[in-house]
Design a protein around this ligand. Structure first.
Ligand code: ME8
Length: 504
């Protein structure tokens, strides 16, 4: 059986979760659900990054220990994961004792191998990024991400021989042109490596909140090394048995471009140093922007994902994020934009099509899905193409392209209702067969839409199938069933409130 392993970044607990966190989690969930529909063995990992300076500072401000703070904050992230209906197989916390022990084993191995050495170091450090900057990376002497002045930090640190991996990394990039997607991000990562890599400090002497260096417990492991390792440590303890052989290498690490360098340079080098395979792909999506700016708590332009989803529904939000912004690019989201798409596409085009279809089957066929007189050749070939196109799009993580293809079909079905006008056919008993065919085709078209849309809108699509009297077990949701002619004739439809009540 094919396996599929997808991860999100593990999120910092120094602040509350926001829509950006929901976005990556939903994207990973869409891929996980799709690969389950393909019959693959899937592992979907998300979690929280709980060590490091910002988390320690946030705890201190609240008069809590870092662990107390993390224990409170993690609940908000776990709530978000539940709220977005993510089907993750595990939630890792970097304070899990199993993770900490595995990180220590990992770096001990690199130390024993000679890839880690001690050196006195001074550099400009942004404690919000948890990263050192050289003068040339700063903008007007300030951190390009946080706009704050970095501090001069002088410490004796342990260093990882990153520079020794430059050529091996370049060779790997050249042999794996789809390692980082989209290709613009691949080029960015490769050119960064080409410019030259310096060894990196992988320990901190001044910070207590972290995993102790096993051979020198006065120092703690640099938070990024601790965090990146989550992708392999989780496989060791998520279940009673090790899942490493089964799921590593990961198929996709998803993230935004803010953390590309860590994943495209440091992570592969650490894996090479430890003799592990590299992940198959990194997929770098864009930023959701509000009012043209990246959402960030410090800028105060955060749309509260809990509020939006509780008010308008989780599936509507899941749909909107990937419909509105081409996945992979930056894009602006807004409440107005959300409401407008909700009304035009979810309420009018999809919800209304389901209501009309159910109402017509009730009215003209006593609520029982009719059998077609003949299988529609036209719809058979349209739906076959649709199935192939949506699968190809998701294979390439083109979530927005996939939705667009499905929506073209939703629109085609709406047009089909108008063109065939079943209410007119119903007036003439000679058109009985034609009427049955139209109604069957509508039920069948919606069944196929429901299967293909399932990864995007898991609850709504099950509800569509239920209303159409069509089975919705995981087996029925398999992609191979998104073929024309599979709808159950003789099933009883059920009317209910609109799937997406119109917003006024
Ligand atoms: O970087 N639009 O955690 P983090 C889209 N702990 N996605 C966004 C976003 C936005 N405006 N804002 C955040 C960390 N994200 C580290 C990761 S992994 C080993 C350690 C998403 O809480 C996006 O996936 O700052 C981004 O990469 C991630 O949240 C950063 O989350």
């Amino acid at each position: 059986m094919n396996t599929f392993y997808v991860t999100t970044p593990i999120y910092y607990v120094n602040d509350v979760p926001h829509i950006g966190h929901a976005y990556t989690t939903i994207a990973a969930d869409i891929l996980a659900r799709h690969h389950r529909q393909l019959g693959e063995d899937v592992f979907f990992l998300t979690g929280t990054d709980e060590h490091g300076n910002p988390a320690a500072r946030a705890a201190q401000k609240r008069g809590l220990t870092p662990k107390e703070h993390a224990d409170e904050m993690v609940v908000k992230f776990q709530d978000l994961v539940k709220l977005v209906n993510a089907s993750n197989d595990f939630f890792i916390r970097t304070t899990d004792p199993e993770h900490c022990a595995a990180v220590q084993r990992f770096i001990q191995k690199l130390y024993d191998k000679g890839d880690i050495y001690i050196k006195s170091y001074s550099g400009l450090y942004c404690s919000s990024c948890e990263a050192f900057y050289s003068e040339k990376d700063l903008m007007d002497g300030k951190c390009p991400d946080h706009g704050t002045e970095p501090e001069l930090v002088e410490e004796e640190n342990y260093f990882f021989r990153l520079s020794g991996y430059q050529q091996t990394l370049l060779d790997f990039y050249d042999g794996n042109p789809d390692f980082v997607k989209p290709s613009t991000r691949f080029n960015e990562a490769r050119s960064f490596i080409e410019q030259g890599l310096e060894d990196i400090s992988i320990s901190r002497a001044t910070l207590e909140w972290g995993i102790p260096i096993p051979w020198d417990p006065k120092q703690v492991v640099y938070v990024w090394v601790d965090a990146l390792l989550n992708y392999i440590t989780a496989l060791e303890y998520a279940r009673n048995e090790s899942l490493f052989l089964k799921f590593w290498p990961a198929t996709y690490h998803l993230m935004a471009k803010d953390i590309l360098k860590f994943h495209a340079v440091i992570w592969p080098a650490l894996l090479m140093a430890s003799g592990n395979e590299l992940p198959r792909h990194l997929f770098i999506h864009g930023y959701l922007l509000m009012g043209g700016q990246k959402m960030s708590k410090t800028r105060g332009n955060v749309l509260d994902p809990f509020e939006v989803m509780n008010k308008y529904g989780v599936d509507a939000f899941r749909f909107y994020c990937f419909r509105e912004v081409a996945f992979g690019q930056d894009g602006v989201i807004s409440l107005e934009g959300f409401e407008s798409r909700y009304n035009s596409e979810l309420a009018n085009e999809l919800g209304n099509l389901v209501s009309r279809t159910v109402a017509m089957v009730k009215k003209y066929c006593e609520g029982v899905v009719p059998g077609p007189t003949a299988k529609s050749k036209e719809f058979s070939s349209i739906s076959l193409r649709l199935q192939e196109n949506t699968m190809a799009a998701l294979e390439n993580v083109e979530l927005t392209v996939c939705l667009e293809k499905i929506w073209e079909f939703v629109r085609a079905l709406n047009k089909y209702v108008e063109d065939t006008a079943p209410w007119k056919l119903a007036r003439d008993s000679a058109s009985r067969d034609a009427l049955n065919d139209v109604l069957y085709n509508l039920v069948e078209g919606l069944r196929i839409c429901a299967i293909l849309l399932h990864p995007f809108m898991p609850e709504t699509t099950l509800e569509i199938l239920r209303r159409l009297g069509q089975p919705g077990s995981p087996g029925n949701l398999a992609i191979e069933n998104a073929k024309w002619g599979g709808a159950l004739s003789g099933a009883t439809v059920e009317s209910a409130d609109p799937l997406f009540p119109k917003l006024i």
